[in-house]
Design a binder for this molecule. Sequence first.
Ligand code: SF4
Ligand code: SF4
Length: 329
Amino acid sequence: MLHYKNGEPAGLVTNIQKYTIHDGPGIRTEIFFKGCTMRCKWCSNPETISPLRELGVYPSKCVRDDKCGLCVKACPLDGAPIRFDGEHILASLAMAQACADCLRCADECPGRAIKLWGELMTAEELMKIILEDLSFYRRTGGGVTLNGGEVLVQWEFAHELLKRCREQEIHTCVETALNVPTEHMEAVFEYTDLVITDIKHMDPEKHRAYTGAGNELILKNIRRAAELGMKLVIRTPVVPGHNNSDEEIRAVGRFLRDELGGRIIQYQLLPYRKMGTEKYDSLGQPYPMGDFVPPERSQWEANLLHLASMLQEEFGLPAVPGSGAKLEL
Ligand code: SF4
Ligand code: SF4
């Protein structure tokens, strides 16, 4: 999917984070793109799922006690897309369907309760921001990481942006779920130095139950990425009740050892964390994991350590708990 801004190709971006250290080596600028091909129940970035711009409303920031109503007054549609619910103002289906996307409501809101998710940015605009921190990348072995959502939904733009980074000799990393057409992946990998991707379960049906998609295409693409000689960091978000047993993690370990020809830089076992619930509220969506209560920190830390040691011993894999261990590229 290719977007345009004033006639030029553009990426639809939800966030740019500077000085990140967990998604690739060194200090990085990380860019989050909109649009995703999966529906993981534990997703903490629901604003990246839709491939289109959307308005979010934070009910907690609305002036509740004396609703000012400035948003309604500013709306050229007489406030028709905006719906109040009790004390709050909420994003409703009507907003998504009828809104003229003019953002006058957001501009007028004194509490900044209304937020636009998704900004169109050209490669030139993004490169300007990326290049501000060139000295940090050089000193720390860092660079740029493209993330999402699923950045490969916007593969043409990602290809162009990474090409420009390569021209500036900036290290490039793509974090992707790889549930995308193989040819799109191959095109983007032409300018990618490091790939971070997930294996969420080896059983296709369990994978589908928690992510909305089977794992066949993902595993095919990971094998292909290894064949292409890509450096791979593989992650598994370890979710209690979904994939946290020894046998389920061993199944991933077997695949990594037997099918990827030693291309793994690191295998990271990540904890499930209940995050992003306010963003779900802002979009008027329920949190998909419902009121699931995550285990205590001491419990999940011990389990991740146990799983990582098991994979090191049984499969000789560079398995680690979390994403903080140094990457030996
Ligand atoms: S973006 Fe414009 S049309 Fe949409 S709700 Fe706000 S003021 Fe109304
Ligand atoms: S303008 Fe902002 S604070 Fe005022 S009613 Fe609308 S959302 Fe609430």
